[in-house]
Design a protein around this ligand. Structure first.
Ligand SMILES: C[S@@+](CC[C@H](N)C(=O)[O-])C[C@H]1O[C@@H](n2cnc3c(N)ncnc32)[C@H](O)[C@@H]1O
Length: 306
């Protein structure tokens, strides 16, 4: 193990197939320098997992940072005690309220100091995150959990805007979903070097029947208190938005029960099954963060999929 500033990642003199950088770049004087340094050590076709703060869900934090600046609150033990007392007195409905209740940032004095008194803290909206990647010659691959960013998943699909959202270019859909959802406090993205285009599942190309679906951890099948007509509801417990439950019917449940991480989609799908329905369903499972795909049986030159 080596301890090293992220900007000096190049000193490691090697490249890595997976680089994980969560919660760090947004604290640097120059996040783009840090990102470029990480890119330097990313192996060809390697994946970079980034987590960056997001602005709208952190609005309450930025308000209280400004409050602390105005009061010249410092990071001594007694000042932090007073600050905790002030936080307890915030009125209901303050934008910090949900974060105070749910975020580990507020579980300890050091967490509170880091959240409210760290002078280096910036957040990236979806378009700003894409700009940051672009400037470092990186290409967006996917969100670690993508359903909250996909208008076809959950509440946005039930609104009068569903059709209009679906017609937007992909990145515009993501930007719109960040605004619709309103409380995203961080973005977790997987990026690749520009010269190694990401290998995402492609359900418009012919190879999809040979993808092997693999269930994701945190997913559960619920069979109680179901919406009308549903045989089950698929949930990913890592999703924080409660509208992100995926109701499925009996025939979809049969397909889902066939997923064992070994069988390809065409092996799971009986010959009599409707191929178009299977295509739509497995693509939905992917968008809803229920499965990823091993694509090694779909093309001889790729090792693994996502
Ligand atoms: C909010 S914590 C995130 C910790 C952890 N990566 C996670 O996701 O839970 C921010 C971390 O960034 C580290 N950090 C700050 N500046 C850094 C730099 N220039 N190079 C490497 N790490 C840095 C801090 O030491 C701290 O551990």
């Amino acid at each position: 193990m080596r301890h090293l500033a992220v900007e000096r990642a190049g000193d490691l003199k090697g490249t890595f197939e997976q680089v994980v950088c969560t919660g760090v770049l947004h604290h640097l004087a120059s996040p783009s320098d840090g990102l470029r340094a990480l890119r330097q050590v990313l192996a060809p076709r390697g994946a970079l997992h980034l987590m960056l703060y997001a602005p709208y869900g952190r609005a309450g934090i930025y308000m209280m940072q400004e409050y602390c600046r105005r009061l010249s609150v410092s990071a001594t033990a007694s000042e932090i005690r007073d600050l905790v007392a002030a936080l307890h007195a915030l009125p209901p409905g303050h934008p910090l309220e949900p974060l105070l209740k749910n975020s580990p940032d507020f579980a300890s004095p050091s967490g509170i100091t880091d959240a409210l008194l760290n002078p280096n803290d910036r957040a990236y909206s979806v378009p700003q995150l894409f700009g940051l990647l672009d400037a470092a010659d990186l290409t967006f691959g996917r969100w670690l959990r993508q359903a909250p960013y996909v208008p076809a998943c959950g509440a946005p699909a039930t609104t009068p805007h569903a059709g209009r959202l679906a017609r937007l270019p992909r990145n515009e859909q993501f930007a719109a979903m960040e605004l619709f959802r309103g409380t995203m406090a961080r973005h977790s993205a997987i990026a690749y070097r520009n010269e190694d285009p990401p290998r995402m599942p492609d359900f418009d190309a012919g190879a999809w029947p040979r993808y092997v679906p693999v269930r994701l951890p945190d997913t559960i099948v619920v069979r109680e208190r179901l919406p009308a007509g549903a045989a089950a509801v698929l949930i990913n417990r890592a999703h924080s938005f409660t509208d992100l439950y995926f109701p499925i019917d009996e025939s979809q449940l049969a397909l889902f029960n066939g997923v064992n991480g070994i069988r390809t989609i065409e092996e799971i799908t009986a010959p009599a099954d409707n191929r178009e329905r299977a295509r739509t369903f497995f693509q939905q499972l992917w968008l809803w963060d229920q499965v990823v795909f091993d694509v090694s049986k779909a093309s001889s030159d790729s090792k693994a999929g996502t």
